[in-house]
Design a protein around this ligand. Sequence first.
Ligand code: GLA
Length: 420
Amino acid sequence: MKKILVTTALACMICSAVFAQQRRPDAPLPKWEGLALTPQMGWNSWNKFATNINEELIKATADKMVELGLVDAGYVYLNLDDGWHGERDEQGFIHEDKEKFPSGIKALADYLHARGLKLGIYSDAGTNTCACYAGSNGHEYQDAFTYASWEVDYLKYDWCYTQNLNPIGAYTTMRSALRRAGRPILFSICEWGSNKPWEWAKDIGHSWRTTGDIGVAFLPIPVTYDENGRPRWRAQSVLEILDQNEPLRKYAGPDHWNDPDMLEVGNGMSVSEDRAHFTLWCMMAAPLILGNDLTNMSRETLEIITNKDVIAIDQDPLGIQGLRTLKAGYLQYWFKPLSDGAWAFCVLNAGSEDATIGLDWPEMEFKDEISGRSPQFKNINYEVKDLWNPSKKPFKTFEGQAIVEVPSHDVVTFRLTPVR
Ligand code: GLA
């Protein structure tokens, strides 16, 4: 009898300790797992519209995403960026800008959910957002609960006006708040790579920005200086972002991706440059977040962003970011290991002249340290399919050297499938 009493008392003590632990307000809660087993896909308002957003635009964008087959292609998140905010009320709760969103964010979420879409929202770890609306600093739990009550599905969390904040602490606080609020919300960290988030954010967010903001530029935008001789802020080009994001590949994987920023496809680069930009983001297993005006886009833009074979490279379940095996002047080779022993292979011509390249497969052999795989071109025969020209007859690597034409600022992209 005594033994039973002691055991019961012990069990009670353990129970209340566990409860106390769970109820400690400062105990960090884990991230919502499994929300980005492949890189997230969607649309975001910033690149094209900045803070000029409203209910009408977002609903028209949602309608287009359904009508043009973008939702079917995988683009399910429709994300409001900076500028949706109204004021905080007396209790500190944030509200939407009633002029821009007269029906409210919750009604917008309902509209999207009814069409197979999910709603993303934007805030900032500091006192203000980058466009100077209210940030979440000191209101993290309130904001997370508000987003959950609006049935938001995605949060992009920026890093402006953070003064001396510790980034790990700030992003962990919001992670815990999102978990506490009880609704699975994908957490997209946006601190531009300033504090090497790839080293600490795997268990905090589902992706982290690795670079400064992208611009509508394939080649680097020249640096200019202010009157004090300091370099002015400038957006990053596609080629610069490639160089910054590629060395970080070992940090990426299912549910925790490097984010080289949103897409600028359809915003003013040439069709070749757009195709190269889109393909290379897929080779890098990047989140694919469109940033153009979906209500007014060219046929070429639509063809690029809905190429199912190229999207499949990005979304391959293996979730390994691709690697660059050659960078020789204007010429780059990119490979990405895919499931079932396949590879994606992309030739980038970053030069100003069109190029004709001879591909001698065995000479291109390499070892990928992350996947532990090599193509073994001497032993394995691959069927090679041109993903941007699907009507071209596939050929085999055992047939010998292949000659490919790569226009200036463009790519040729293949899927290599082992012949069984
Ligand atoms: C930062 C982010 C951008 C965008 C703007 C909004 O610059 O990096 O992606 O969200 O803020 O102000």
